[in-house]
Design a protein around this ligand. Structure first.
Ligand code: NAP
Length: 352
């Protein structure tokens, strides 16, 4: 386990909201090892939270959240490991000068937090968005591929998820909500290291909407497939027929979330790939690993550590906008078993 130099690090605790969920538990455990006695997990289940040395917090209860912050008194960073209904919690944190790490993937919420940039700057706080695997590592690899071609005209991002992983309830709810969303891009066949060539389908991940702004690339598409070809085909065939539109209804969504959580066909491997194109030039970066919840939690922990020990610029940033986090894929490869695949560069105009 990495040790952290504490000299110069600001004092203050880290409140991990959703801190005993699939992702949050990893954030809590990793940060507690680096910053003993300074990590407080939070959630709605008071008994569970207190058993872990944490507190009861509910992101749907802004007054209760303020009260929890007041009672803790010295919170330096809030890590959001569950999606709040709006940007109210983010505003509360940033206005008080509390840094924020947000692992959410819903565009509407990320944009609402991005609108708080001036609030964060005025209070000297930093919010980091696009933290996790997708968005998160996809943003970092997309930036590399973009730079390798000298500024991409198109970026294609692919995520393969292991259907054998026990994904957290909130993550499955997010995926089910994304299924009936209208898409305009087409499915694409993509080679993924260790998985052969897969058909991946456009899916409403936030990275494809935020990267055009942060990188200046006009066309970005993110696609999803599962490790099981059969499940992928069945799921997206159902989307084409309009069957999944029923997932817009809360009752059906709850049923589908429960059903998806019980399906464990493959294993817990995942893969991401970012491919940039500019004229005849192509560049591809890929990464594979096990346990996307675990890796998401580790990304959030490293980002939080950077906020506690580094000198992040005040304001709201996406992960790929923070130069000190550029090497995170290499850190995860060296210390946590992910495999970063050598970039694949091709320049047809030069015949290579
Ligand atoms: N960026 C990425 O790559 C990435 C990857 C994976 C997941 N995610 C996102 O991360 C989030 C968490 O996913 P997960 O797999 O860890 O889900 P999870 O296992 O269901 O964990 C959610 C946690 O939040 C708590 N919680 C739920 N509602 C809450 C509320 N209103 N106020 C406070 N705490 C609440 C839950 O405990 P209680 O029910 O006891 O409150 C639980 O501890 C999801 O929104 C997902 O979309 C992002």
């Amino acid at each position: 386990m990495t040790t952290v130099k504490s000299g110069g690090a600001p004092a203050g605790r880290v409140l991990v909201v959703g801190g005993y969920g699939a992702v949050g538990a990893v954030v809590t455990a990793t940060l507690a090892a680096w910053f003993p006695g300074r990590v407080v997990p939070g959630g709605r289940d008071e008994v569970k939270a207190r058993r872990l040395g944490g507190v009861r917090v509910d992101v749907a209860d802004p007054e209760g959240f303020v009260q929890a912050l007041d009672e803790l008194g010295d919170v330096a960073v809030v890590v959001l490991c569950v999606e709040p209904p709006d940007a109210g919690i983010a505003r509360t944190c940033l206005a008080r000068g509390i840094h924020l790490v947000d692992i959410g993937a819903t565009l509407r919420l990320l944009e609402a937090v991005a609108d708080l940039h001036d609030v964060a700057v005025a209070a000297g706080a930093t919010a980091v968005l696009s933290v996790g695997v997708a968005p998160g590592l996809t943003n970092l690899l997309a930036r590399r591929a973009h730079e390798a071609v000298g500024g991409a005209e198109h970026l294609d991002i692919t995520l393969l998820l292991g259907s054998g992983e026990r994904h957290g309830g909130d993550a499955v709810r997010w995926t089910v909500e994304g299924l009936p969303e209208p898409v305009t891009a087409r499915p694409r066949r993509t080679a993924l290291p260790g998985y052969g060539t897969r058909t991946a389908h456009p899916f409403p991940f936030s990275d494809q909407h935020t990267l055009p702004r942060t990188l200046g690339v006009s066309e970005v598409t993110t696609r999803l497939c599962l490790d099981s070809r059969v499940l992928t085909a069945a799921l997206f065939a159902a989307r084409r027929t309009g069957l999944l539109r029923a997932a817009r209804r809360p009752g059906v969504r709850r049923l589908m979330t429960g059903a998806f959580r019980r399906v464990h066909l493959g294993d817990d491997g995942f893969a991401i790939r970012a491919e940039a194109r500019r004229g005849d030039r192509h560049a591809t970066w890929s990464l594979t690993g096990r346990g996307q919840s675990r890796i998401t939690g580790l990304v959030a922990a490293y980002v939080t550590r950077e906020l506690l020990t580094g000198a992040p610029p005040a304001g709201v940033r996406h992960i790929e906008q923070l130069p000190d986090l550029t090497g995170l894929p290499e850190t995860l490869a060296a210390e946590h078993g992910v495999v970063l695949h050598a970039p694949d560069l091709l320049d047809r105009s030069l015949g290579r």
